[in-house]
Design a protein around this ligand. Sequence first.
Ligand SMILES: [Zn+2]
Length: 162
Amino acid sequence: MNKRSATILRSLAEHIRVKIKYIGGMPDGFFGFADPRSRTIVINANKPHDEHVFTILHELAHFVLHFDQPYRLFAPRWVERSYKSTFMVENTYKLKRTLRRRFGREWQADLWALSAFPIVGTRNDLEAFFDRHPDKIAPFFLAVVFQVKARIGKFIRKSIHM
Ligand SMILES: [Zn+2]
């Protein structure tokens, strides 16, 4: 692994109190997994560098978003509100079910990892990763939009001393 990426990932894992173990001789379809009890991430050592960056970030995201705090569905506030109207109750219920199915834990961890990827990995890593996973390009741009929104939000709050 590239030295800079390795240093960032190690510091990040240390900060979250997670150990990273690289194991060889794993099946090809195996990238990695996280064990919340021992706070360990196991990584397939035989995968290329960019896969290591993504897999470690994805598994760290599970600690940050799911193991170390109660799981929260990423849903707009109006979806979570309780309604008197049967129409709204039925439809927000259906919407929540759809959101849970499509934007559940794995999706959230992917989005977190994709947001962090350009900070941790090189441009070549990102290119190599998208070559192998074109399905991750759309969520990547979504992650970029989220970051822009967060930055604009910070800017506005700072500007008007909110
Ligand atoms: Zn996962």
